[in-house]
Design a binder for this molecule. Structure first.
Ligand code: C5P
Length: 229
């Protein structure tokens, strides 16, 4: 069975050596990896370049959030690495700056609409007058207007993002758990098949694979479930 490029495995590990161990164990079964803040704090970009050299696709989950000029310059530098996806916070100025920065490169910009850890009460405390759901919807529209390629969305928001964004919009959903895997801290998880049916273009699924006794078998099982969706 070939890799399914719709499956992204997050390398949430403390060292690049451990991350490379997972990549080796998964072999040809997985072609797309997410490198997040934990590895960014050590040598995450070195890992990202190594993954690109191995022919993998790389999702840089840096969630950029800064003044426009800084975001634009950072996006331009990251575009030069040949990486494939970059997240930025879903504020209009930030999103537009990232899109300017990536220019004509192949780097796709994904907006994080509202962090799923934020409740309606948290948003009120932060000074927002909208519920999380309303703010997610507003920001999906703003992501489109800014020229972003897609959004990060929970499986429960995937249908909304697909409906607003249209058929080519990227809808990348974490919070995915097969029936046979532990939920860990993903309280409102959906199965790989349900996430795809809801409109996800990609799923991010980590611990059910990286924590499995046989990570490659776990990845193949998830790929089969996605194919059946
Ligand atoms: O191991 P697991 O499948 O839970 O990993 C999910 C990945 O997606 C982690 O890297 C996590 O930081 C990320 N993520 C998430 N929920 C969000 C946004 C990102 O789980 N709302």
């Amino acid at each position: 069975m070939k890799a399914d490029p719709r499956l992204i495995v997050p390398l949430d590990l403390p060292t690049t050596a451990e991350a490379q161990g997972v990549v080796e164990a998964l072999g040809e079964a997985v072609s797309f990896y997410k490198v997040g803040l934990e590895l960014f704090a050590t040598d995450g970009m070195a890992l990202a370049r190594a993954l690109k050299a191995q022919g993998k696709q790389v999702f840089l989950d840096w969630k950029l959030h800064d003044i426009g000029t800084t975001v634009q310059r950072a996006a331009a530098v990251l575009a030069d690495t040949g990486c494939d996806l970059l997240t930025v916070h879903g504020e209009p100025q930030v999103m537009a700056s990232a899109v300017r920065g990536r220019g004509r490169s192949d780097l796709k910009i994904l907006a994080v609409t509202v962090l799923t850890s934020l409740s309606d009460a948290d948003l009120v405390e932060m000074g927002y007058a909208e519920t999380a759901k309303a703010l997610v919807e507003r920001r999906i529209h703003q992501a489109l207007d800014a020229g972003c390629d897609g959004v990060v969305a929970s499986p429960h928001e995937a249908a909304l993002a697909r409906a607003i964004g249209g058929k080519d919009f990227l809808v990348v959903t974490p919070g995915v758990r097969p029936d046979w895997a532990a939920k860990n801290d993903q309280a409102r998880a959906a199965t790989p098949a349900d996430a795809i049916k809801a409109g996800a273009s990609h799923i991010v699924c980590g611990r059910p694979i990286t924590g499995a006794n046989d990570p490659q078998a776990a990845a193949r099982r998830i790929i089969a479930e996605m194919a059946g969706a």
